[in-house]
Design a protein. Structure first.
Ligand code: D41
Length: 673
């Protein structure tokens, strides 16, 4: 056999094998080989076809990558018109549909095929002798567009039918869709490339299928599900359900939710089931379709004005509706995040009346270009918060102003009047009110009382919420003026627990400067930074007066942290709260900070491990900090000294391994003195 003849044989074998695995994967959902093996087969075929280009045929599985761009789509006249579906908006209309059919057929109970109504685009695929020869959009039902090059790129559309006994001419109809996950991936990618994003999977599917350059289509995650046939050379089965099974055998993907149901009740039950499943599916459905199953009965019913009398689409409540954006309100969240909320003309969407929807942040408002007065699309899917998808630009007939959050709130928090800022590189605008802002109060108080901050034993999250809700406290300083009577009157609060809380509050007054700084809840100031600040400045007043340039001097304090700190202390509300706290008796031991020139350890990093006999680890830490040292929690190459007490842990081993200088207690004390 010539090498060409043997190559031809191998090519055919590979194509059959690949088609078979395609079928197992997409239709049967039961792949037999791993993706890597599939890819290997495809590559082998590709390389053989490259060596023998004369053997490439349009139905080869390698031909899905997209072809030369077109100037325009050719028109395609559908031999059998692609009918449309009548809609039933509620159970009553389904009941009417069922009654008309029972009357006409003089039947008791009708067998229906029930299918999800996929939210995509209807297309027609023409097969001649098992080979895909044309793909066309539905268009107006009688004329569509030739999108053959594009449908070829969709993996779930067979280029060649599987098995035997298919009619010589077969026109398959179905929906091209984009899955929700595919849609999200595509939009992420579009955003990354600064390309336009799509409003929903349907638009994305439509935009992808109607590309003149099929190489673009090839990169889009499109899928196909069949729902019926058009022109066929032989009769295929007696029922619609039977036709679908045949199509499945020939390599088409059938939606796994398709069922045969009996009578009106069967339809309505199916509707409820699909309604439940809707949000869990990875593709959008906008309803279900009931079709009289018997083809003989379909014939008797016939059709009126382009829609069959034997089928109906039972629609779900829409998840997207149009309405007017009447205003944009600005809300302050728990962490001070300022969120724009759309105020809408009430609209029924996703099964409820919606008047508010999130606009996320300024970037989203800019990206979508939504303006007050616009007609907008509102989406509410499942239990998620309703959102504004975007404006309907064709309905913007008058000049509308762009919306700017900061300008609207005049750079002030709408709840407390503190400065509102958007830091560089962040998408959120925040209220700087911190302790003072009512919206942030609860979170701030919870943080203040927490174990690593002021450590108020027994003051948990629930109790903080209760105290704020009852109006007993407005800021953290109010905690210290609570009395037993007030506390004992609270739900689930006995005399004894009230007294315990008062004791805990009293105990918390004696603290350390580092804890106190941490407890203030300054943005970007965690425990470590709080400690560094405490030992760098030594007292609160110096810290409060520190300027940006003073703060940047502190180890590990960069411009962002420095800005958070100055902004916090500039806010007069915060200064008032601090004054009240000190008046309530909060105190800490004085820190002796060596003058900068005499700080021995400035710039040096220490780690302490094991137990010291002469002092607590905390004390050792404080003495180091007072000399300008940094005290870290773990050993790294940047560590200068590891102080090793009794029973050291793995930190000593690590120091040894890294060759970091180690000090025993005696050496450490000598160094300190
Ligand atoms: O899933 C669908 N979107 C779907 C659409 C379906 N499951 N079945 C359909 N059946 C028909 C008839 C009964 C007319 C053959 C359809 C459509 N038509 C259809 N899609 C777009 C227009 C009509």
């Amino acid at each position: 056999m010539s090498s060409r003849a043997s190559a031809e044989q191998t090519i055919h074998r590979l194509r059959d094998e690949i088609n078979h695995h395609n079928y197992l994967y997409y239709v049967m959902d039961a792949p037999e080989i791993p993706d890597s093996e599939y890819d290997r087969l495809l590559r082998e075929l590709q390389s053989l076809e490259t060596q023998h280009p004369e053997l490439i045929s349009a139905d080869s599985p390698t031909q899905r990558v997209g072809a030369v761009p077109l100037d325009a789509f050719q028109q395609v006249k559908h031999e059998v018109p692609m009918l449309s579906l009548n809609n039933a908006m509620d159970a009553q209309e389904v009941e009417d549909f069922d009654r008309r059919i029972r009357d006409k057929l003089a039947a008791d109970k009708i067998v229906y095929t029930a299918e999800p109504k996929l939210d995509g685009l209807a297309i027609s695929l023409l097969y001649e002798n098992g080979i895909l020869v044309r793909g066309a959009t539905r268009g107006d039902g009688s004329t569509g567009e030739d999108v053959s090059q594009n449908v070829r790129t969709i993996e779930t559309i067979p280029l060649k039918l599987v098995g035997k006994n298919y009619p010589s001419r077969l026109e398959v109809r179905g929906e091209v869709i984009m899955s929700k996950s595919g849609f999200n991936r595509l939009n992420d990618q579009q955003r990354k490339n600064d390309d336009k994003t799509f409003a929903n999977p349907r638009n994305a599917a439509a935009g992808s299928l109607r590309q003149l350059d099929s190489r673009i289509t090839a990169g889009r995650p499109l899928e196909f599900y069949c729902y019926g046939v058009g022109k066929v050379s032989d009769s295929l089965a007696d029922t619609h359900h039977g036709i679908l099974q045949k199509l499945r055998q020939w390599g088409f993907r059938l939606n796994p939710e398709v069922r045969q149901v009996k009578g009106l009740q069967g339809c309505l039950d199916y509707y409820q089931q699909m309604m439940q499943k809707r949000d869990g599916l990875d593709y959008d459905i906008d309803g279900v379709v009931y079709k009289v199953d018997s083809l003989a009965e379909q014939d008797i019913m016939g059709f009126v004005s382009r829609a069959p009398r034997w089928a109906v689409a039972h629609k779900f409540p829409a998840q997207e509706e149009m309405t007017t954006l009447e205003g944009i309100e600005v809300q302050v969240g728990r962490t001070g995040k300022i969120t724009p909320v759309a105020k809408l003309k009430p609209v029924f969407v996703g099964g409820v009346t919606v008047t508010n929807a999130t606009l996320h942040n300024q970037d989203e408002i800019d990206r979508k270009d939504v303006r007050i007065g616009d007609t907008v699309i509102v989406r509410r899917a499942g239990d998620v918060i309703p959102e504004v998808v975007g404006p309907v630009l064709s309905k913007r007939t008058t000049k509308l102003n762009k919306f700017n959050i900061l300008k609207t709130i005049n750079n002030k928090c709408p709840v407390c009047g503190s400065h509102a800022v958007r830091l560089e590189g962040e998408s959120d605008i925040r209220c700087t009110g911190g302790l003072f802002c009512e919206a942030q109060r609860k979170e701030a108080i919870k943080h203040f009382a927490s174990r690593r901050a002021m450590d108020v034993d027994g003051l948990g999250d629930k109790l903080v919420e209760q105290l704020v809700d009852e109006g007993l406290i407005h800021d953290v300083a109010d905690l210290y003026s609570l009395n037993k009577q007030q506390l004992a009157a609270l739900d689930r609060m006995a005399d004894k627990s009230a007294q315990n809380l008062l004791d805990a509050l009293n105990n918390s007054k004696s603290t350390s400067l580092e804890r106190f700084i941490f407890a203030l809840g300054i943005r970007n100031v965690g425990e470590t930074t709080a400690r560094t600040l405490a030992y760098h400045f030594g007292d609160l007043d110096t810290l409060m007066k520190a300027k940006q340039e003073d703060l940047i001097e502190v180890a590990d304090v960069g411009p962002v942290v420095a800005e958070s700190i100055t902004r916090f202390f500039t806010e007069s509300h915060n200064r008032d709260v601090i004054k009240k706290l000190r008046k309530a008796g909060i105190h800490w031991p004085v820190i002796e900070v060596a003058a900068a020139e005499t700080q021995k350890f400035s710039g040096k990093t220490f780690v302490i491990t094991g137990t010291l006999s002469g002092m607590s680890r905390d004390e050792a830490k404080q003495r180091l900090l007072a000399q300008g040292a940094k005290v870290a929690g773990s050993v790294s190459k940047k560590t200068d000294y590891v102080v090793v007490g009794a029973d050291p842990g793995s930190k000593a081993d690590k120091a040894e391994a890294l060759g970091v200088a180690m000090l025993d207690e005696a050496q450490f004390l000598k160094l300190l003195s």
